[in-house]
Design a protein around this ligand. Structure first.
Ligand code: C2E
Ligand code: CA
Ligand code: CA
Ligand code: CA
Length: 276
């Protein structure tokens, strides 16, 4: 029976090769995506839970590849992280996002996702300084979003890099909170401005799962006492927004208030938004 198992391998392998081959092709294309102008940013509004005023936009990278069509960041960001292409891509995102934000009223901030691989580069802080200088954006208008995964490897290096950009005046949000390795220790050591509660909890709470409700309530209470803010991610309906408000989250982000949109549309949104 063991030998016949080889037949199973034989059936299985082509699929494995196909995905490795696809990965190789994607990587090849991704290497040239910046210089060919195939990357662009979309911007998703974050609103306050009370008045629904736009507080900030999160920059989300998009890749429109002539060879592969539209590739989701869920697919190409991990590939970029594995190949270190995330470093030049992340730098491009940072500069592009800071530059676009200078077109908005000064009270509206820009949030940029940063991977652990970027953060542990020795010159990470200087790429942030350069993006701010090039764009003329005030440091206080830039928020960096990191996930708990940055603390899995090189935690001290990651923490030092975040402290360096905090010293510049930028703020740091903890993204996808509760979905990964839970870094409660780091909540004590690092002054995050915001904890972003993952969409899975929002969904769970909307479906009246008592665990999700309890967790959101506890995260909000903890954030309040640490003088951090909370953002609920992935709010899709009026009911979810209402529930999140009742739970005391300070900020809301999700399709209900606005999908990630091209820069031109984000500019129209801020023009309609009342000044705070
Ligand atoms: P994320 O940082 O957690 O971003 C939120 C994701 O949720 C985005 O997916 C956004 O489009 C989506 N989303 C927002 N509101 C809703 C909603 O109401 N319902 C649902 N179902 N989804 C919602 P997107 O744009 O596909 O990005 C996926 C992930 O890729 C991001 O997750 C982030 O981890 C990564 N990513 C995107 N842009 C960048 C970047 O510039 N740099 C890095 N390092 N990672 C990025
Ligand atoms: Ca994010
Ligand atoms: Ca998130
Ligand atoms: Ca995520």
């Amino acid at each position: 029976a063991k030998d016949e198992g080889g037949g199973e391998h034989y059936r299985y392998e082509p699929a494995l090769h196909a995905s490795a081959e696809e990965r190789r092709k994607l990587e090849f294309s991704l290497r040239h995506a910046i210089e060919r102008g195939e990357l662009l940013l979309h911007y998703q509004p974050v609103v306050d839970a009370i008045g629904e005023n736009v507080l900030s936009f999160e920059a989300l990278v998009r890749w429109n590849s002539p060879e592969h069509g539209f590739v989701s960041p869920v697919k190409f960001i991990p590939l970029a992280e594995d190949t270190r292409l995330i470093v030049p891509i992340g730098q491009w995102v940072m500069e592009q996002a800071c530059t676009e934000a200078t077109n908005w009223p000064a009270h509206i901030r820009i949030a940029v996702n940063v991977s652990g691989e970027q953060l542990i580069e020795p010159d990470f802080a200087s790429t942030v300084v350069r993006a701010l200088a090039k764009s003329g954006l005030e440091a206080s208008r830039l928020e960096i979003e990191v996930t708990e995964s940055i603390f899995l490897r090189d935690a001290d290096v990651a923490r030092a890099a975040l402290e360096e950009i905090m010293a510049l005046g930028c703020s740091v949000a903890l993204d996808d909170f509760g979905t990964g390795y839970s870094s409660l220790g780091y909540l004590r050591k690092l002054r995050f401005s915001t904890i972003k509660v993952d969409r899975s909890f929002v969904q769970g709470a909307a479906n009246a799962h008592p665990e999700s409700l309890a967790i959101i309530r506890a995260v909000v209470a903890m954030a309040d006492s640490l003088e951090m803010s909370t953002t609920a991610e992935g709010v899709e309906t009026a009911e979810e927004a209402e529930m999140i408000r009742k739970l005391g989250c300070k900020k809301i982000q999700g399709y209900y208030f606005g999908r990630p949109m091209p820069a031109a549309d984000a500019r129209k949104v801020v023009r309609r938004a009342p000044a705070l």
